[in-house]
Design a protein around this ligand. Structure first.
Ligand code: PEP
Ligand code: MG
Length: 319
C-alpha cells in the first residue's frame, strides 16, 4: 500500500479548499520506527510507551528506557514525537505486576490513576524521557485524565523530575510540552482553566467512544454497534473542537478512527487539524484529503444532521 501512495508521500495533506491537515503516526515499538520516513508521517503523534513494558517479562530499567526513547527521537530526526506515559490496566496487563481483581477493569485502576497513586514507575519514566531528550524538545502526554486535578498533579511530577534532573546536572529538554489524552466524556466539560493550562489535547477516540456509548471496545457483540459518524458522537467531538478553539489549545485525534479514510475526512471537516494513525493509513487518508473540499463536506454533514438522520455516513458516502 505504501508503494501505491509513494507519489504523494512527500506532499502535504492539503485539501481542495486549502486546509492543511497534519498527519502523524502512532508507534510504540522500535520496529515501528522505519515507517517514519516511508509513510510520510510528520512525526509521531502517539508513542504508546506501555508497549515497551508489555513485551518484557520484567520491569525495564531507567537507563534502558532512556536509551530507547533516545533512539525514537534520533529516528524522528527533529520531527515531533509525543510520548504518552504508561497506559496500563484494563486490557493492558503487565505480566510482572500484581494483577488487580477488578469487576470492571475498563473503569478501574488504570493509566494515570495508577501513575498518581503509585508514582514510582511514572517518575522513573519521566526521568528517562528527560534524559533521552538531552537538550532536544520533549512532548509528554498523560493517558486517561478524567478531571482537571489529575492533570495538575501529574504535571507537578514532571516539574519535580525536571528540578531533580537539573540538580543532578543533566541537560534539560530545550522545550517541554505537556498535554493530555481526552478519553473520558467528563474531560470535554472540564473548566476553561483546564484547556488553558494544557499545552495540547489529543482525543483518544477508542476509549472516548467506548465511554460515550457505554460499549466495551473489547466486546465483539457491541464494539461495532455504534457508528463513529453517529450524529450524537460527531456533535460531541465538534464541541471539543470548539472548546479547544476558544482557548487556542492544539487538538489532535489519535484513535483508530483517524486512520479510517471516511472517518478521517469527517474529523477534518468538523475542525480537527491533526490526525495520528497507524503508518499504513497515512497514504490513503492523505490521498482522500487531497481530493476533498472540507467546506463542502461540512455542509453535507450539517444538512444530514438537520434532516434527522442517526448517522451522517450515508450522506458522506454519497458525496
Ligand atoms: C484511544 O483510546 O483512542 C487511544 C489512542 O489509546 P489506546 O487505544 O492505547 O487506549
Ligand atoms: Mg485509550
Amino acid at each position: 500500500a505504501q508503494e501505491r501512495y509513494a507519489s504523494i508521500r512527500d506532499l502535504p495533506a492539503e485539501t481542495l479548499c486549502g486546509r492543511r491537515i497534519s498527519l502523524t503516526m502512532n508507534a510504540g515499538l522500535m520496529a515501528d520506527l522505519p515507517s517514519l520516513p516511508t509513510s510520510g508521517a510528520e512525526g509521531v503523534g502517539l508513542f504508546r510507551t506501555e508497549l515497551q513494558f508489555l513485551v518484557r517479562n520484567k520491569m525495564p530499567k531507567r537507563a534502558e528506557l532512556s536509551a530507547l526513547y533516545g533512539r525514537v527521537l534520533d529516528a524522528a530526526d527533529g520531527q515531533p514525537v509525543v510520548f504518552r506515559t504508561l497506559d496500563i490496566g484494563s486490557d493492558k496487563v503487565l505480566p510482572y505486576m500484581k494483577p488487580n481483581d477488578e469487576p470492571n477493569p475498563a473503569l478501574g485502576w488504570r493509566a494515570i490513576r495508577v501513575g498518581l497513586d503509585k508514582p514510582g514507575v511514572l517518575r522513573m519514566q519521566l526521568q528517562a524521557l528527560i534524559r533521552a531528550a538531552n537538550g532536544r524538545p520533549l512532548s509528554v502526554m498523560f493517558p486517561f485524565i478524567a478531571q482537571m486535578d489529575e492533570f495538575t498533579v501529574a504535571r507537578q511530577e514532571i516539574d519535580k523530575a525536571m528540578a531533580r534532573e537539573e540538580r543532578l546536572g543533566h541537560v534539560l529538554p530545550s522545550e517541554l510540552k505537556i498535554g493530555t489524552m481526552l478519553e473520558t466524556p467528563s474531560l470535554a466539560f472540564a473548566p476553561q482553566a483546564f484547556f488553558e493550562q494544557v499545552d495540547f489535547v489529543s482525543i483518544g477516540g477508542n476509549d472516548l467512544k467506548q465511554f460515550f456509548f457505554a460499549a466495551d471496545r473489547e466486546n465483539e457483540r457491541v464494539r461495532r454497534r455504534y457508528d463513529t459518524l453517529n450524529v450524537s458522537f460527531l456533535s460531541f467531538l465538534e464541541g471539543i473542537v470548539n472548546r479547544c478553539r476558544t482557548t487556542g489549545t492544539p487538538l489532535s485525534f489519535c484513535g483508530e478512527d483517524a486512520g479510517r479514510p471516511i472517518e478521517a475526512l469527517c474529523l477534518a471537516a468538523i475542525g480537527l487539524q491533526s490526525l495520528s494513525m497507524r503508518p499504513a493509513s497515512i497514504g490513503p487518508v492523505k490521498h482522500l484529503l487531497r481530493r476533498t473540499n472540507l467546506g463542502e463536506l461540512y455542509s453535507v454533514i450539517s444538512e444530514a444532521r438537520e434532516s434527522g438522520v442517526q448517522s451522517v455516513r450515508p450522506a458522506v458516502m454519497e458525496y
